[in-house]
Design a protein around this ligand. Structure first.
Ligand SMILES: [Fe+2]
Ligand SMILES: [Fe+2]
Length: 387
């Protein structure tokens, strides 16, 4: 199998966090650079991606939302530099993934939902608005149909096929049915919604905008297209994509092979299927790569604190916890050189993506490849090649 391309999938960087700090009003405005994060994590992630680049494979970065915690200008600036450039972080040290073409979609922390905006505005707090995200991360190809930036598509050459990666914005809760109930009631805090119009536009994009060439479609979306939370958080309460079935079904109807997701702060790979569809969709979740986050199994909750919030005696325990959660994924695309990709039938295994999971250990300052959740995970893509 010829190796063709590798996509590095990071998520939930959460720059400018201070999530539980009462003084966040100030810090959200002030935090800049890598001040809210453990520097070793940012450096080691940088090194690890650089090492992967030594393979000579074209290496692209995808970030699936929650680039920031409060959507402050400083935090967006840090995220932009970290993903698309690099910044000095000490003598002969640089932090940053350095992919100027990295694909980025927003998370619920980058664009706060409308209720939170009103509440924050009423209290005189900073709020994260849609325009702030667009200012820093204008997607490369604005949608010609809506005048908004989502959905958008980028084409990435991948040997005999092209990967078309489409970004969706799942932070449109204000457009969900019964917005008041959604807001006041069950599932508001971190839920998501993709309006049908965005899916209609995606369908439009998939048809005329794609070149006439063998291709596979991938989606990038912050909220997981999965029915069950990996974190034992009551799924119906805070983390839900309200119209999961609709989004999943439409992507399957459009022949998408996989969706890259975030939001859970834990990596997983699973197959998802809306009712009556022939093929499943691979849902590939990256964890969180640089934020101090841990899963408290006693409380069954995912807790997060800004690194700058820690007292010195708290740091060792938090760093140890971080080694369990810090992770990212790499998808190495491979093709069988003996297969004619222009032919009528392409066997599923003729084009495959190997899913690699990496975790960071702060003790010995090194990234380790770990076995995916249920052993080596390969996604056969041949059946998804569209001609
Ligand atoms: Fe997050
Ligand atoms: Fe999120």
């Amino acid at each position: 199998m010829d190796k063709l391309l590798q996509l590095v999938h990071v998520s939930d960087l959460h720059f400018g966090d201070h999530l539980l700090n009462p003084s966040w009003m100030l810090t959200a405005r002030m935090a800049g650079g890598l001040a809210t994060h453990d520097l070793d994590a940012a450096l080691a992630l940088t090194d690890s991606v650089d090492i992967q680049r030594l393979s000579g494979l074209d290496t692209r970065v995808v970030a699936t939302g929650d680039l920031t915690t409060w959507g402050s200008t400083n935090a967006f600036g840090t995220a932009l530099t970290f993903l698309r450039n690099r910044s000095a972080a000490g003598p002969a040290k640089y932090a940053g993934l350095d992919d100027p073409d990295s694909a980025v979609v927003p998370g619920n922390h980058d664009i706060w939902n409308v209720m939170q905006r009103y509440a924050a505005g009423g209290l005189g707090l900073p709020t994260s608005l849609r325009g702030d995200f667009d200012l820093f991360f204008t997607p490369p190809v604005p949608s010609p149909h809506s005048g908004t930036y989502f959905p958008y598509g980028v084409r990435i050459p991948c040997g005999p096929v092209a990967v078309y990666l489409y970004g969706l914005d799942s932070n449109r809760l204000e457009l969900a049915p019964y917005p008041l109930l959604q807001t006041l009631g069950l599932s508001i805090i971190a839920s998501g919604y993709v309006p049908p119009a965005q899916l209609d536009e995606l369908e439009n994009l998939c048809l005329p905008a794609e070149l006439d060439e063998p291709r596979i479609r991938l989606a990038a979306i912050h909220h997981p297209l999965a029915y069950k939370s990996i974190n034992s958080i009551p799924w119906w309460y805070v983390k839900k994509l309200i119209n999961l079935d609709e989004v999943l079904g439409r992507l399957q109807d459009m022949g998408f092979a996989a969706a890259l997701v975030g939001h859970e702060h834990s990596g997983f790979a699973q197959k998802a299927n809306a009712a009556y569809r022939k093929r499943t969709l691979e849902v590939l979740s990256a964890g969180t790569s640089t934020q101090l986050v841990y899963l408290d199994s006693a409380q069954r909750a995912l807790l997060a604190r800004g690194y700058a919030d820690l007292a010195p005696d708290e740091q060792p325990a938090w760093l140890a916890a971080m080694s369990e959660t810090n992770e990212y994924r790499t998808y190495v695309f491979e093709a069988d050189p003996g297969v004619d990709f222009a032919g009528d039938h392409i066997p599923p295994e003729a084009l495959a993506a190997e899913v690699l999971e990496f975790k960071y250990s702060p003790d010995d300052y090194e990234f380790k490849r770990v076995d995916p959740i249920e052993g080596p995970y390969r996604v056969p893509l041949g059946d998804y090649v569209i001609k």
